[in-house]
Design a protein around this ligand. Sequence first.
Ligand code: HEC
Length: 146
Amino acid sequence: MAARWPAAAAILIVALQLMPVHRSNPPATADLSAPPEISSMLRDACYDCHSNHTRWPWYSAIAPVSWIVYRDVAEGRRRLNFSDWDAYASDPGTARRKLTQIADLVIAGKMAPWYYRALHPRARLDPAQRRIIARWAATQAQGAGR
Ligand code: HEC
């Protein structure tokens, strides 16, 4: 009986691969425009989950990791999508709220999430870089809708 477990596990893992996960990148028409230093940090540290320019890693094709990555990207894009920036900017309250959240979470070291930083060295922003992003976001927030 016990000898059957590895076979059962192997079949289960193969079966999991049959469940479709849609790893899509919708068209990006309205990306945030920021000074190059800022955009390059945001691209390295945030765009995989918060834009339509996700670089889907190879392991994101393999269940169950694919479900976790998919959930992060779907939830990340829903909350904050740098590729929808035009829509945010057309509503000053929204732009101000998003920018304030960016400043707060980046300075607190809560974004990008720790497990993402563990896998992506370029997403590990040092304290000086975090301050630069937070200062930029806070300044932009003040400018929005006044
Ligand atoms: C691995 C995917 C991932 C990366 C990379 C990532 N985030 Fe997030 N982010 C999420 C998820 C998922 C949520 C929503 C759930 C939560 O708050 O934990 C979120 C929430 C947020 C929110 C809150 C939005 C709201 O409406 O509540 C902000 C702001 C944010 N992230 C900014 C950033 C910034 C700035 C970076 C880069 C420095 C970044 N994130 C990197 C996945 C990510």
